[in-house]
Design a protein around this ligand. Structure first.
Ligand code: SF4
Ligand code: SF4
Length: 84
């Protein structure tokens, strides 16, 4: 993963507010979430992350960060499953 952006900067370009899955819970840029998962969003409908400039700039590989956890969290999970 490339660095060069923090959650505050990402929130300015975040597209979540236009997403059907999104519910306003005072948070954006879920991709940077360390704990993962929004407190308010439970149902996955669609995800705009793949078209987001932050996703591209950061070289993220995952989506649905609001329900599945941030990029780091999802990567760790996948890697763990891989190397078992
Ligand atoms: S990748 Fe997704 S969660 Fe991250 S800033 Fe973009 S739209 Fe928001
Ligand atoms: S993380 Fe993806 S699914 Fe969740 S609100 Fe943002 S664009 Fe929509």
């Amino acid at each position: 993963m490339k660095s060069g952006m923090d959650k505050k900067e990402a929130a300015k370009e975040c597209m979540c507010a236009s997403c059907h899955t999104f519910k306003d819970c005072g948070e954006l840029a879920f991709c940077f979430s360390k704990t993962g998962r929004s407190r308010g969003i439970k149902i996955e409908k669609s995800c705009l992350c793949r078209g987001c400039p932050v996703h591209e700039k950061m070289g993220f590989r995952h989506v649905f960060f609001c329900t599945r956890g941030g990029e780091k969290k999802q990567t760790t999970k996948t890697e763990r499953a891989h190397f078992k």
